[in-house]
Design a protein around this ligand. Sequence first.
Ligand code: NAD
Length: 475
Amino acid sequence: MKDRYLDFVNSPFGTSIARALGLPKPEVLRRHRADEAEFAGMAAIGAGPSPTLFDQLMRVLTGIGMTGIAHDSAPDWLALAHRRGAMSGRITPRAADSGSANRVHALIFDATGIAESSELHALYAFFHDALRSLAKSGRIVVLGRPPSTCASPRAATAQRALEGMTRSLGKEARNGITSNLLYVAGSADIEGALRFFLSPRSAYVSGQVVHIDRPAAAPASWTKPLAGQRALVTGAARGIGASIAKVLAEHGAIVTGLDVEAARDALDQTMLSIEDTSRSGGAHAALIADIAAADAPAEIAAALASAGGVDIVVHNAGITRDKTIARMTDDMWTSVLDINLLAQERIDDALLAQNLLRAGGRIVAVSSISGIAGNRGQTNYATSKAGVIGRVQSMAPVLRERGVTINAVAPGFIETQMTARMPFAAREAGRRLNAMGQGGLPVDVAETVAWLASPACANITGNVVRVCGQSLIGA
Ligand code: NAD
C-alpha cells in the first residue's frame, strides 16, 4: 500500500508545505539498486582506548572502496593507514556544516578496548564532533565486546552501556540514518556484518545489537554469496515471502517457493518473475502445501530430497487472527499457533531427521515485534512469534554441532496486504511511530534474511534482528 504522506512531503510542493507547517518529513530511504554503487565515500573512525579491530576494519573498508578518516579519538588509525598505504585524513567536523559534499557516509567507533565506564567519554567526544557530518541515509556502527566475555564486571558494565548509546543515536540522527551495535567475540570476522550494516540493504534496520562469535570464511563472491545454494521459502506467493524468494535468487540461490493451494496462481507468478529477473539459470520451483497439515513435513522433505537437500530454510508463512482473548475462538488461537510456530518445529524436525539440511545450512524464521512487545488483540499471534524467538535461541546451540545457524528477523510495520487490512488509525500509528517515520518494505526484511542466510554469517546464530525502523513498540 502506498504511503501518500511520505510521497507528498517529499514532493517539491509538499516540502514547502511541510516546512511552513512544521510537519515531520520522513526521509525517502536509500535502498539497494543494481545500477548504483553499494559503498562509496568516507567513513569517520573513532575509538576508545586500545581498539582491537582496526586491522579488520581497514581491510574491509579498503575492500569495499571506502576511505577511513580519523577522529582525534583514533590517532592509531592514521598510523595504520600510512603503514598500509591507504588513503586517509582527519575528520574536520565543522566543514560538514558548509555543505553536503563534505559529509561522510558512515561513523564507525571501535569501543572494544573500553574497560570501564569512565572511558565511555570517548564515545561522547566522537559523536559530539561527528554526528552532524553524517550524510542522509548514513550509517553508524559501534563495535564492542560481548559483556559476557569481559574479564571484569567493570568492563562488562561499560560494554553493556554501548547499547543505550547506539540506540539513542539512532533515534536522534533521523534523515534515514541507521545506528547498530556489533558485539564481536575474540577475533571473530566482522566483514559480513559490516558490509550489511554499511550498505543500503540495511535501510530499515536500526537500533539493533548483533552478536558475532567466531571466525567465518568470506563467500566466493560478495555479489552472489548464495550461488549454487538451494533455499526453501514458505509463504512465498506474496508480500514479504515473495520478496525473500526474489532477493535470495538475486543473491544466487535456487529457490523453492511454497504456499497454499488458494495462492497457486500468485505463487506461479512470483516464481516466474524470479526466473526473469535473476537469470541464475537454476530451476526455481513452486511447491503447494499447507504447512500446518499433518502430512506437510513429509511432503516438503520428499520434495527437497529429490532436489538433493536444502541449504537455506526461511520460515516466513504466517497469519493473524486478531481478537482480545475473551472474544477469541479456540480455532483462532489454534490456527495461529499451528501455522506460525508448531509447523516450523515439525518441518525442521523432518528435515533434520532425514539429514536434508546440508552442513553449513541456515534457518531464518520470521518473528514480529509483537512477539517482543506484545500487542492488544494479538495474544495468539504474539505468543506464536515470541515462541519463534525462543526456538531460535534454544535451537542455536543444538544446531551449531551440525554447522547450521538459526536466527530470526522481527519485522515491525511492513507495507503488505497484511498491514493494508489494518484500521486506518492503527495503520498510521504503525507507520509513523518509529525512528524512520515510515513503514518498511518487504525488500527490507528480504535483504536482512538474505544477509543472515549468507556464508559470511556462519558466526551469527541465535540472534533476533528487528527490521522495524527502530519502532517505539517493543523498544
Ligand atoms: P501475507 O499475508 O501478505 O503473506 C503470507 C503468505 O503466507 C501468504 O502467501 C499466505 O498464503 C502464506 N500462508 C499462510 N498460511 C499458510 C500455510 N498454512 N501454509 C503455507 N503458506 C501459508 O503476510 P506478510 O505481511 O507478507 O507476512 C509474512 C510474515 O511476516 C508472516 O510470518 C508475518 O507474521 C510476518 N510479519 C509481517 C509484518 C508486516 O508488517 N507485514 C510484521 C511483522 C511480521
